[in-house]
Ligand binder design. Structure first.
Ligand code: MSP
Length: 681
């Protein structure tokens, strides 16, 4: 007897830093993996879908210390929160891996021993600038003015005796491998970036142990050390399968897809692939890096206070609408800007008008003209055959798009089928057939219901709750599987149950409420004229004391680190912008009364500082965000953290923007010359 075995599909998400605030970015990767996992399960594959949490490292150890908790107790509580959110998003993961699980820790030690037995680990000394946020040493162009470019926090200079992984040994092999197997890294542009970087920069050996903290996996070759978090984290993909001997490992490895955003692609290709080559383990089939979500053009971050909370979205709009929007709106490999208005528009048009309406009118027609039962169809005319063909065509295309991670195209195709079904109802006009007792009526009603059954199967991976509601209203026990999905599978005679409307439309006025801006601290900024500049001798760094006239706000003093960039003569008489409501700072008993605003650019060689200034305005003029002129009396004092939260950044035209709106005086917009990658401080 021939034994049929199902094909397998192993898909993973990154394991998320357990102390991060889960936001739309994390939800995005995880829902993408969920859609593919559900699509494959429904298509007859044996699927293993892995997600989880990254729970070691200095960042987590420090966060636990701040919370006065033991690290394990701290992470246990956080994992619960993550799982609850993924449950709300209807994520159908098969396993949740935790790096603090003893089974995982043992696997990390085993892979290190294996790599060592291959002669790829040696002892040496490492010096560098470390960012706790990134959990890595930074290279020069990742540091701006002593701050990590991503986390905007000071880097720490570290020097340590360490063990190295001979990653350099794999540069040639990887470059060759990527050339011969371009499908290994997707999308294609990313593959080229990685190859280019390897070919031009080569690969450096990587420090893989740490001593400055102990919240990690003990390094098996020297117990003074713990394992570098990225070696620990990447190993999750095989520890969860029980490498080397586990049944799951034998069945599911190599992974079919590792999904992530582009921020961590380097680790998942160069580092992970070198580790696997060294340990003699087969490489994953595809590593796919999708785009980056921003909010009004800004990176999402706790300090900017602009994190899109998926729970809020689900509570306001439902999990399925949210899942639909994030995959319909933006091509998967590209960056996207989150907009609640666009989400609402999608709900009103694609979901309420197209899909919701088709379901509700079909069920109403069957209740009215077929006693609430699926009728027996008669002869199929050309219109019915057309609908049948449309289904075959759209289904085939949607599958092909999903194979290429083109979620938005797959949804386009499914919605084209929904449009074809709506057109069929409009053209066949069953309400008129009912009036004339047309004998084609049962056939039309049957085909409308059959279209809904098919639609429930097609949308199920994207919108599982809606698919189930449609199946329930049709009176069928479960959403049909994609495997073997054929036109005509619906049994006549089944009793339908028209349910609640699937998607409520959201009115314009409601929409405005949802767009309510977050409350940001207000800024008191004025044009000031520099009157005096002196050396600030008592300061440890090269600084000036600066006196400026702010018109109605008076004459004020401050200190500023401008000395390396400007001579006193260059500054005297210059018009600057001063932030006047910042809490004063003291150096050697001298108190600052304002902050001189400047655009700071990082260049490889050196930092470039440009003072914000004006051309048509005069000392004392108020500077404000367009449309939000503040009432001076009500402005409160703010901290530096508040100022960062306000988020002022130049755009690519040199305008200085706060959440999309320009900073200006009554006479002009504020401009900077070199704007690329600058930060305002
Ligand atoms: N712990 C590491 C990953 C180790 S995997 C072996 C890590 N964790 S993370 O919490 O920072 O997650 C990063 C991932 O979250 C990104 O690669 C992406 O999958 C998702 N996203 C986080 N923010 C995102 C956006 N703003 N936009 C899109 N996805 C992003 O790195």
């Amino acid at each position: 007897m021939v034994k049929f075995t199902k094909p397998k599909f192993y898909i993973t998400t990154p394991i998320y830093y357990v102390n991060d605030v889960p936001h739309i970015g994390h939800a995005y990767t995880t829902i993408a993996a969920d859609i593919l996992a559900r699509w494959k399960r429904s298509s007859g594959y044996d699927v293993f879908f892995l997600t989880g949490t990254d729970e070691h490292g200095l960042k987590i150890q420090r966060a636990a210390e701040r919370a006065c908790e033991k690290p394990k107790q701290f992470v246990d509580a956080l994992v619960k929160k993550w799982r609850a959110i993924f449950d709300k998003l209807n994520i159908s993961y098969d396993d949740w891996v935790r790096t603090t699980d003893p089974k995982h820790e043992k696997t990390v030690q085993e892979i290190i021993k294996k790599i060592n037995s291959n002669g790829d680990i040696y002892r040496g000394k490492y010096k560098g600038e470390y960012c706790v946020g990134c959990e890595k040493y930074l290279v020069e162009d990742e540091i701006v003015g002593g701050l990590c470019k991503i986390h905007k926090k000071p880097v720490e200079h570290l020097e340590e005796e360490t063990y190295f992984f001979k990653m350099s040994k794999y540069a040639g092999k990887l470059a060759e491998l990527y050339k011969k197997n371009p499908q290994l890294i997707q999308p294609k542009g990313k593959l080229e970036e990685i190859r280019h970087r390897i070919l031009t920069e080569g690969l450096k050996d990587l420090s893989i142990t740490r001593t400055m903290f102990d919240w990690g996996v003990p390094f098996p070759l020297d117990k003074k050390y713990v394992v570098y978090v990225w070696i620990d984290a990447l190993t999750n993909y095989i520890s969860a399968l029980g490498w080397p001997q586990g049944e799951k490992f034998k069945k599911f490895w190599p992974a079919d897809v590792h999904l992530m955003a582009k921020d961590i692609l380097w680790f998942h290709t160069v580092l992970w692939h070198s580790m696997l080559l060294s340990a003699g383990i087969e490489l994953p089939k595809v590593v796919f890096a999708h785009g980056w979500w921003t909010v009004e053009g800004e990176k999402m971050s706790k300090s900017l206070g602009n994190v899109v909370d998926p729970v809020k979205m689900i509570d306001s709009y439902g999990a399925d609408s949210f899942r639909y929007y994030i995959f319909r709106e933006i091509p998967f490999g590209e960056d996207g800007d989150f907009s609640e208005r666009a989400l609402i528009t999608r709900i009103n048009t694609d979901l309420a008008n197209s899909l919701g309406n088709l379901v509700s009118r079909t069920l109403t027609l069957i209740e009215k003209f077929s006693k609430g039962k699926i009728p027996k169809p008669g002869k199929q005319n050309v219109e019915e055959l057309d609908l049948n063909i449309a289904f075959d065509d759209k289904f085939r295309h949607a599958s092909a798009h999903l194979e290429k991670f083109e979620f938005h195209h797959a949804l386009d195709k499914i919605w084209e089928f929904i449009a074809a079904a709506n057109k069929y109802v409009n053209d066949e006009k069953p309400w008129e057939l009912a009036k004339t007792k047309g004998e084609h009526l049962p056939t039309v009603l049957y085909n409308c219901a059959e279209a809904l059954r098919i639609i429930s199967a097609l949308i199920c991976p994207f919108m599982p709750e809606t698919a189930e509601k449609i199946a329930e209203q049709l009176g069928i026990k479960e959403v049909p599987k994609l495997t073997g999905l054929k036109w005509g599978g619906l049994k006549p005679g089944i009793k339908v149950k028209k349910g609640k409307i699937l998607f409520e439309k959201i009115e314009e006025t409601e929409m405005a409420k949802h767009e309510k801006k977050q409350d940001f601290p207000q800024l008191h900024i004025r044009v000031g004229k520099i009157l005096e500049v002196e050396d600030f001798k008592e300061a440890k760094k090269p600084m000036y004391k600066v006196k400026a006239d702010f018109g109605p706000a008076g004459v004020k003093w401050t200190f500023a680190g401008l000395k390396p960039y400007f001579s006193k003569a260059q500054l005297k008489g210059k018009l600057i912008l001063g932030l006047l409501n910042l809490a004063p700072k003291k150096i050697a008993d001298f108190e600052s009364q304002f902050l001189t605003l400047a655009a700071v650019h990082s260049a490889k060689e050196k930092e470039h500082v440009e003072l914000l200034t004006v051309k048509k305005s005069k000392a004392g003029d108020l500077v404000y965000v367009e449309g939000e002129k503040p009432e001076i009396k009500s402005i409160k004092q703010i901290t530096m953290e508040d100022f960062i939260k306000v988020g002022i950044k130049p755009d690519n035209k040199g305008r200085v923007l706060h959440f999309g709106k320009p900073l200006k005086t009554d006479k002009e917009e504020i401009k900077v010359g070199r704007h690329k990658e600058a930060i305002i401080r």
